[in-house]
Design a protein around this ligand. Structure first.
Ligand code: CTP
Length: 436
């Protein structure tokens, strides 16, 4: 965890052992060494053999001015045969950055076949082991990796969570090696916090400062799918049946979820809005059928699904290719068929861990209809808004919402901006999860 309160970035005279393993982020290892040295630290490096694919051992040796053990039986590192014990006792902290999924597994299971893992095993209890995992999002989220993380935490390792962002694979998500200053802050923190009987200074944080330590982002790493905007149902190649939804409510929700650390999939109909900043994967669709397909393709891994889109209930039975000419007849009938109710389909296939939220736009008996929709569509929450009031519904920057939940609670709110509504809706999702 990164700390926002100021810490003197001072590693003067400290000895840091940097472990480098085979993640693409290993190319940053020379920069980590350089920055640690700039902060006054003495640095030694150890690397796994496969890390050499991503970073040069010679560069690390030159920067740290020491040999870089890779194979534990190499002649020139033996130091009387107990080189791993000597190095482990030499350092004030060991930082493994980046730590690959394989190295995590080695450390968690006590598989000491590399120079890196055997030193980590030899570390005395009083010396902190910091681990900065870096890998692709799906690997990071894999149950085996998460299990290993839990095991390592139980063993007393300090896990520096990966940052969220664009990964080498092009995927957006958690898995990036955090910025170097975050790694350094963590080292400073860990070294200062060692509860030693010895000469090491103990940095104490006044009680009131504990409050300032940012908690883990509440939606960190959660997958959230949000639909937004209208759908257009084509009559012919130039005309469609649509509605006045602007998409602003859904986009505000996407922005707030991303700010809280979520990995957002935003599926939107035709809107004139810029994708908000953050880990948001936007998928543009046109029709209710396309929205249905995109939602279904992405729904299984979601923790939270918010259907704020105004999906067309009906679509033309037949689509005319080209443009219908008015000279063809004096009147025209368009036969419509029902679209698939996406929310109801999600409700039927809901996982135990999923939170499903719908929106209900009503012109009368709003609460009664909202309650019925919660049950009919197997939702956890329904956000009801009025279709025929100022400061509510489509268009505009404001909305007037009532939140209904599956426990029967009805909470009404005064008109407010869609941004503020998004904030309140997310707060309700958190409190609903706490009640579950
Ligand atoms: N919805 C959906 N798929 C549809 C229609 C609606 O997923 N084909 C979702 C909307 O995104 C919204 C919820 O269902 O979250 C309620 O939509 P709303 O239009 O208020 O209600 P309907 O179920 O369509 O019923 P009615 O129009 O009769 O009120």
């Amino acid at each position: 965890m990164a700390f926002l309160f100021p810490i003197d970035m001072n590693l003067q005279g400290k000895k840091i052992l940097l472990g480098v393993s085979a993640s693409i982020a290993a190319y940053k290892a020379p920069l980590i060494v350089r920055e640690l040295i700039k902060q006054g630290a003495e640095v030694r490096v150890v690397m796994t053999p496969s890390a050499e694919v991503f970073v040069s051992r010679t560069v690390l040796m030159n920067l740290s001015k020491h040999p870089v053990p890779m194979d534990m039986f190499e002649d020139d590192i033996q130091d009387g045969g107990s080189w791993h014990i000597h190095l482990a006792h030499w350092c004030d902290a060991m930082l493994i950055a980046p730590c690959s999924a394989t190295s995590l597994a080695r450390l968690a299971c006590g598989f000491y076949d590399t120079a890196l893992s055997i030193i980590a095993c030899a570390l005395p209890k009083s010396i902190p082991l910091l681990i900065a995992p870096a890998m692709d999002s799906d690997m990071w989220e894999h149950p085996a990796v998460q299990r290993n993380i839990e095991l390592l935490k139980q063993d007393g390792a300090i896990i520096i969570p990966p940052a969220i962002g664009e990964l080498a694979s092009g995927i957006f998500g958690p898995g990036r090696l955090p910025e170097i200053d975050v790694l350094i802050e963590e080292c400073v923190q860990a070294i200062s916090d060692i509860p030693v009987l010895s000469t090491k200074p103990i940095r104490t944080i006044p009680i009131e400062m504990h409050e300032e330590i940012p908690q883990k982002l509440p939606l960190y790493g959660k997958h959230v799918l949000i639909t937004a905007g209208p759908t257009y149902e084509r009559i012919d190649d130039v005309r469609f049946i649509g509605n006045f939804s602007s998409g602003k409510m859904g986009f505000a929700l996407a922005r707030h979820c991303a700010k809280q650390g979520a990995l957002v999939t935003l599926i939107c109909g035709p809107v004139a809005l810029k994708t908000p900043e953050g880990a948001i994967h936007r998928i543009d669709i046109e029709s209710a059928q396309e929205m249905y397909e995109a939602v279904m393709k992405n729904s299984a891994k979601q923790d939270i699904i918010i259907m704020s889109a105004a999906v067309a209930d009906f679509t033309p039975e037949e689509k005319y290719e080209g443009k219908i000419k008015k000279s063809q007849s004096d009147s025209m009938q368009i036969s419509l068929k029902k679209t698939t109710d996406i929310l109801a389909e999600l409700g039927r296939n809901k996982n135990d861990h999923q939170v499903l939220i719908g929106f209900a736009l009503e012109s009368h008996d709003a609460i009664a209809y909202g309650k019925k929709k919660i049950i009919d569509k197997n939702c956890d929450m329904m956000i009801v808004n009025a279709a025929n009031q100022v400061d509510s519904g489509f268009g505009g920057d404001n909305n007037t919402i009532t939140i209904l939940d599956r426990f029967g609670t009805v909470t009404e709110f005064s008109p407010m901006t869609k941004d503020a509504c998004a904030d309140i809706i997310i707060q309700h999702i958190h409190s609903l999860s706490e009640q579950a």
